[in-house]
Design a protein around this ligand. Structure first.
Ligand code: GDD
Ligand code: MN
Length: 364
């Protein structure tokens, strides 16, 4: 008779080909005697991580692989992995062997031994834990990010930045609609999404040094962290996408004005023609920035999709552009020669249309 599946270990992986086999070996050793499975969630890594994981899965039914194509994101990978199991309890652990998998049985015992407990967190900042061989710079940055989340979100955990934890599957499944899925901090996302305080315990571990592969934590990830914090605090009032769209729109306005000034100075084409040119340039600039940031989770990729997206962006914004040029030209006439205010008013009217229509038709 088979033991009922007790635990799913979800492992987000991107370019971890060299680590997957060793991780499965270590999980098997740590979880001997338990009924467990491991779910690798790969975002179509160029190094063939999914292939390597499938090679293991072919001969070991405890190993499963989700390969997401055309998607990126650590948090959303964890979410999809956690939703893909029949196990009553699910753990999340990095795929690069930096987390201490020998903690898993104790985490599971804690949850199985106490029905009131929701969550067990691997923490580097309780007695016995540590950040291992981090340099002073990373320690300082991590401490700053932790303080930010404590202050802004009132997250009362010793290590809210941890990506190593175990939680009851039905609980996390119920929270999924409230998760932002932005960036790296899936634990923080879960803890702050819950309508009631989660009951948790923290177990110490020492963060190991990465041996194979590279960290994916970069400036974009740091920016995403701030975006995620904003989303949790004000996202219900002013959606984070609208804030990004507006900020990019402001940058687009600068492109528009700069180019317009240049054209008026250098090219003998008149105000309306110059405004049309500046509008198209700003629209193109906005399309690419919005594609990279505002809609990075459903980013259009490849020449064909980009061209289609750009065309649809231009089409849906045609109404906005007509309004833009119309308003600008009208005000320019009225004000006789002052161009900045008419141009800016045109851009503003256009921006409102652009957001409303493009969110639905270009990235909808
Ligand atoms: N599927 C998927 N998609 N996996 C990803 C992605 C992605 O876009 N980005 C990173 N990963 C995987 C990596 O392959 C690795 O297994 C794990 O997520 C952690 O990524 P690292 O790039 O190694 O991050 P880190 O070591 O700087 O930080 C990690 O450890 C911290 C301490 O616990 C993260 O998990 C942090 O969230 C965590 O706080
Ligand atoms: Mn790592």
């Amino acid at each position: 008779m088979n033991l009922a599946l007790a635990l799913a270990v979800v492992v987000p992986v991107f370019n971890e080909r060299a680590n997957v086999a060793l991780l499965v070996e270590k999980l098997a050793a740590a979880l001997a005697g338990r009924a467990w499975e491991v779910i690798f969630v790969d975002d179509d890594s160029p190094d063939g991580t999914a292939e390597a994981a499938r090679a293991l899965a072919a001969t070991d039914s405890r190993v499963r692989v989700i390969q997401r194509i055309g998607r990126r994101g650590l948090s959303t990978a964890c979410i999809e992995g956690m939703c893909a199991t029949a196990a009553p309890v699910v753990a999340v652990i990095d795929g690069d062997l930096q987390h201490d998998e020998t903690l898993l049985p104790r985490m599971l015992d804690a949850l199985e031994g106490d029905a009131d407990l929701d969550l067990v967190i691997g923490s580097r900042f309780v007695d016995g834990g540590g950040t291992g061989e981090w340099d002073a710079d990373r320690v300082a940055k991590s401490a700053f990010a932790t303080r930010l989340s404590r202050r802004l979100l009132k997250a009362d955990l010793s290590d809210p930045m941890s990506g190593f934890f175990m939680i009851r599957t039905p609980l996390v499944r119920a929270l999924v609609p409230s998760l932002s899925g932005i960036g790296f901090k899936i634990l923080l996302d879960i803890v702050t999404a819950s309508p009631r305080p989660l009951r948790f315990v923290e177990l110490p571990y020492v963060f190991r040094t990465r041996v194979a592969g590279e960290s994916k934590l970069d400036h974009v990830v740091a920016l995403e962290y701030l975006i995620a914090l904003y989303d949790r605090m004000f996202g219900r009032i002013v959606p984070v996408r609208f804030v990004l769209f507006s900020a990019i729109g402001a940058a687009g306005a600068a492109v528009h004005l700069g180019l317009l000034a240049l054209l008026l100075e250098l090219a003998p084409i008149g105000f309306v023609a110059a405004t049309i040119l500046a509008t198209v340039a700003a629209m193109t600039f906005n399309f690419f920035l919005n594609n990279a940031l505002t809609y990075r989770d459903r980013r259009l990729k490849g020449a064909r999709a980009l061209l289609d997206g750009w065309v649809s962006f231009c089409l849906v914004c045609a109404v906005g552009a007509v309004a833009n040029v119309g308003v600008a030209a009208f005000l320019y006439d009225v004000r006789g020669g002052a161009w900045a205010v008419p141009a800016l008013a045109g851009v503003l009217v256009g921006a409102v249309w652009n957001f409303a229509l493009s969110s639905r038709f270009t990235w909808g």
